[in-house]
Design a binder for this molecule. Sequence first.
Ligand code: 475
Length: 836
Amino acid sequence: EMSEIPKETLALWEKYGVGEADDKESFQKSFIRHVTTTLARSVYNIDNFSAYQATAHTVRDRLIKRWNDTQQAHTEVDPKRVYYLSLEFLLGRSLDNALLNLGLKENYGEGVKELGFRMEDILDEEVDAALGNGGLGRLAACYMDSLATLDYPAWGYGLRYTYGIFQQRLKDGFQVELPDYWLNFDNPWELPRLDVTIDVKFCGTVNRYTDETGKVRHVWVNEDKDTVQAVAYDVPIPGYGTKNCINIRLWSSKPKRKFNLKRFNEGQYEQAVQEQMEAENITAVLYPNDNHMVGKELRLKQQYFWVSASLSDIVRRFKKSSKPWDEFSYQVAIQLNDTHPTLAIVELQRILVDLEGIDWDEAWKIVTNTFAFTNHTILPEAMERWPVPMVQYLLPRHMQIIFDINLFFLQAVERAYPDDRELLAKLSIIEESTPQFVRMAHLAIVGSHRVNGVAALHSELLKKTIFKDFVRYYGDEKFDNKTNGITPRRWLHQANPKLSELITEALGSKNWLKNLELLKGLKSHVDKVDFRKRWVTAKHSNKVRLAEYIKKSTGIIVNPNALFDVQVKRIHEYKRQFMNILGVIHRYNALKKLTSQERADIVPRVVIFGGKAAPGYYIAKLVIKLINSVADVINNDNSIEDTLKVVFIPDYNVSVAEIIIPASDISQHISTAGTEASGTSNMKFVLNGGLILGTVDGANIEIHEEIGDDNIFMFGNLADQVDDLRHAHRYRNIPIDPSLQAVINDIESGHFGDSRIFAPLINTITHGKDYYLISDDFQSYLDAQKLVDEAYKDKEEWTKKSILCSANMGKFSSDRAIQEYAEQIWNIDPVPAKRS
Ligand code: 475
């Protein structure tokens, strides 16, 4: 709400308001001011880290200005806003991204140079904001970049974890986890809003009463000790080539009551601070599981804490406009990033019914028109289910509301399908086991007006498998596909400046950064020898950069002229890093059999792995150990004359990805068909002119469609064969693929160290059921690898493929994805940023 301000006051603000001086001199002035006042240092006392801080604070000042202008414009227009609820935002570093998005990189680069620093060194001082596990969290970050760039009035809501995803070290080839204390030094990329606090209740009881109109109402009461405070920290997200700067609001937990004085006076010092510690625990740490649910009470507390604070903030903002409640869903769209925020559905219903006194049916209409839900995985172990007794204890009123939602839903189903008790059991939000469980995906579907998967195959599989019965009831209009995308700003322009520059020159402008379809224009350059040469030069310098990083982080020396073959992603059985390393052993054994003369014809390879295993995921950790054991043997075997090297890059994260991705010749996306919902790194590699070796899964399929048969290596069984193959493994004796058996024998012979360590891993194929079908795909995997080796020998042809890869990736911009969400699900319009 804009109040009247005297003209004289406005004039003063006009006169002294923070300008947007972007030239070199203003930068230097600001840099020196921040060194002197913010850092309390002097010219004699600045290292690279202080230079980073002073530069970051200068950029922060600019961001705050834009952030304010943007919020003011949104307040004036009061458009429909979208709220993106995500438990993870995997942002990585911010400085370089902000410099590029704001168009400050050149001037500031010169500015720091004259002050005696190199911008690259300064950028390298920043620690990643790693508040996410992998795909889901990084997708949220790309989507925020696109929302800002496209001027959409959007907010992200998440948690400000004190510890992000753990740091990974290797000891004797095993993963070791270290805490990620990213807030050790100040964080210039957040604006603490210590005045924005919200009380979040837990536990307590529900009282029924009859109000003055005779209606039965519920009131949820609890003790002060069970109330926690949420404090807002705002993270500005600048768009590219716009003045617009949106917000991610991250909540941090703190105790409502600082200190139990009574206990303290009784001499019970630990108990006096215990409540405080329990409150702070809520946002202490990110759960380090990717594609896997862990049913810990603290995780459920995190979810409600976040959802409750966010909804109360959203409702408060809506109420400022004094619009009637039936316009809520015309002002507010809420996107649920997986089922983690599903309690938001229940919380909004509670706010409307219990606090605002709106009738149940009317409230429920508002709720379902507001929410939409994105599913990110089909794996059964990732499906969220919470024990009813746990929900009942922490959130007694929410448990009642969930039972009511379920009752009304099942009654409606019964009217449509009388006498189909089986259908009711399948659709029910409550799993009737002992104890009962709340099925969060069912609740999310029932409470949303739209449900989407993240790639075409995945969305089809959802409709055909886990959500089949819901499609039968609702019809399939409620279920659709929004294929994921990635931001070309970070994943090409920022990570690969050399290629970005070449593309801009070839296309005659930077417009492709806002309209990725323009990359099609590169096709007409494919046949130009000179252009291809420059393309290869850019790739080569990226490989040199990665080789240097590998030397620094592992001590291993690799040859940049070798074929760089990369698989970097979370370590998971379904992603089959195991199959990759088994293939490496097969290759090694073949190389050993060759004569020196024969080896001269071999394309040398560097096989690069990276990725974290969830700390409790024993088999995934063994995969890391096996990779390192195999690497040890191969890298120290001079007899194969450097035709093969194996590298495990430790602590894979966003900023390491920015070095690895532009340097790959081929990358592997080899999940068992039907298991990888989309994948997004596949898009990043291809956009950077890297070819991919992939299974017919997730977004690989759509990438294949866009770039054509000649520019991709696909192999393996299809999704619709998986059930039968698994059945066969379970009930018949399927002989293991002979090439695979030979590799297994080699491991078991002790060639890569004490094989007893690896027995549980090997058992997943031999004594288990080979659930991820490594044996079934192994031969076609080796065949596809052979084709890769052959193709790489023809450098000119390979380069053409590489160019055509980038040229055809327009579809996979997160701008396209966000535009689809905005138009087809959220029904929101851009609010162009005002110049000021
Ligand atoms: C998919 N995380 C990728 C990416 O859509 C896809 C689940 C439960 C608990 C904690 N984390 C999760 C995921 O399910 C996840 O990251 N899914 C990933 O989402 C973006 O590209 O294929 O595996």
